[in-house]
Design a protein around this ligand. Structure first.
Ligand code: ZN
Length: 170
């Protein structure tokens, strides 16, 4: 496998595993696509990104879904750009690339991928813990504030709830 493809696959792995992926775009971006090669393949005629398409066909009362990759430019421009309009079967394309990928996977490369994925997972966990402790101190701050307000109201004789009640009913 050539280095370029390997780099692209590694970048995609990083993208899929990146914890901050939600900030770069919602569902429907390449990282969320169930298609393995979304955002990686480019049209041989114009260089536009290949789009993944699912076509459903009915055969003898059964419906079958077929996946294809097609030039994104052709998809937008319609039939006037006919040289781009080849539809590539998803299973064949992915199958041939996966078999090349499998052959190219040396133990060193597997280790690199594993390390990359682990680093992203660690970062995601750390980010979540930071967010959680931020929320905890915010809750504590609000509880303290509520207790202060409540005891101020008690002193002024308006019979507000005690801090304990407030905490329990939260
Ligand atoms: Zn094209």
């Amino acid at each position: 496998m050539d280095t370029e493809l390997w780099d692209a696959v590694r970048a995609r792995l990083a993208e899929v595993n990146a914890p901050a992926v939600g900030h770069r775009g919602g569902p429907g971006t390449a990282a969320y696509s169930p298609y393995l090669l979304s955002g990686l393949l480019r049209c041989g005629v114009c260089g536009a990104r290949m789009h993944a398409q699912t076509v459903t066909r009915r055969k003898r009362g059964q419906s079958y879904a077929y996946g294809f990759y097609v030039c994104g430019f052709a998809k937008d421009k319609g039939p006037s750009v006919w040289p781009h309009r080849t539809w590539y079967r998803r299973d064949r394309l992915e199958g041939s690339i996966l078999s090349r990928f499998r052959k190219a996977m040396t133990p060193e490369r597997i280790e690199t991928v594993a390390r990359t994925v682990n680093a992203h997972l660690d970062a995601a966990v750390r980010q979540r813990q930071t967010r959680l402790s931020g929320l905890k101190s915010e809750v504590l701050r609000l509880e303290t504030e509520a207790a202060r307000n409540s005891s101020a109201q008690n002193r002024s004789g308006r019979g507000a709830r005690s801090p304990n009640t407030w905490t329990a009913t939260r």
